[in-house]
Design a protein around this ligand. Sequence first.
Ligand SMILES: Nc1ncnc2c1ncn2[C@@H]1O[C@H](COP(=O)(O)OP(=O)(O)O)[C@@H](O)[C@H]1O
Ligand SMILES: [Mg+2]
Length: 349
Amino acid sequence: MRTTSAPRTDRKPTSSHVDAPGLAKRDLLCEVEAVSVRYPIRRGFFQRIVGHVGAVESATLELRRGETLALVGESGCGKSTLGRAILQLEPVAEGRIRLLPRGGDTPGASRRALARIAQVVFQDPLGSLDPRWTVGDLIAEGIDVQRLARGAERDARVRELLAQVELPADSFHKYPHQLSGGQQQRVAIARALATKPELIVLDEATSALDVSVQAQILNLLRDLQAEHGLTYLFISHDLAVVGQFADRVAVMYLGRIMEMGAVADVLAEPGHPYTRALLGSALRVDPEARIETIPVLTGDVPSPRNPPSGCRFRNRCPVAMPGCAALPYGMTGSLHDHQVAACLAGNSA
Ligand SMILES: Nc1ncnc2c1ncn2[C@@H]1O[C@H](COP(=O)(O)OP(=O)(O)O)[C@@H](O)[C@H]1O
Ligand SMILES: [Mg+2]
């Protein structure tokens, strides 16, 4: 019996391909090991906890220094929760998250220490920028909190950051509402850069922008990454953007990682029916000839309060079979660093 991602001789190695076993520890910025994050469900006058939402279940991944790892999946699958857990904004119920910044000091429990290493940019810049603050003060907040610079030195650093995100110098004294959506997002990026972090979580950071502005912001992010050696966790529901922007991708469904690998590999040869459905693309059932088209994803995502047993995708899966209800979760395969969640259809193909 071969696994979903058993050796395939026809798969071309990609330029971004890195062999996981040979990867030196110093190339890792973050290790996420079997992490589960659960939100309590509260009921009644006394807000008693009556259950839990398994927002992220048993997620294992790593962030490699200087790369862009995309987290992709439908709304509610746990992308933001996993990003928040990595930023230590959400407690981990099970598993372990380790940040390995340059210089080797792990940030420990202090939020302030962590802010030097990891920052976040959200989808809605106006929601994350206090409307009463000037752009200069908004960008300087991290510098002020961390006491990195004061007075003229601080202002000079803010002007440098404005230039880095290609905002005019006179934005310094403006207020967020005086800027366009794209400019506001540039302020949010400058704010994130201010503490010279190593990791930036981009949580749907370009999703609300129109296509041309989105392209400009993605270009800017790419330039900043090259210049500062930044690592990005790029959270998105848009596989097309992920295909252009990320090096590797982790596909999530109902709290679980279903597939992970170099973007080129995952998009060219999606190994899990969920990834294929998300792509809405052709499925190669038999490498010789037979082509079978998988319909684009239909139906609603089940509630994470009560997920299906076995494979969580089974009730929407076009190739589901009875055994899927009892299939234990696990990622298989490591050839070309491409891993796929256990799948009965894949095993029998
Ligand atoms: N603070 C919270 N309290 C309770 N449930 C939450 C909370 N935040 C998110 N959830 C639930 O956790 C699941 C994952 O949410 P989220 O991580 O925001 O998904 P995504 O970012 O992929 O859209 C969803 O079912 C969502 O309703
Ligand atoms: Mg989200």
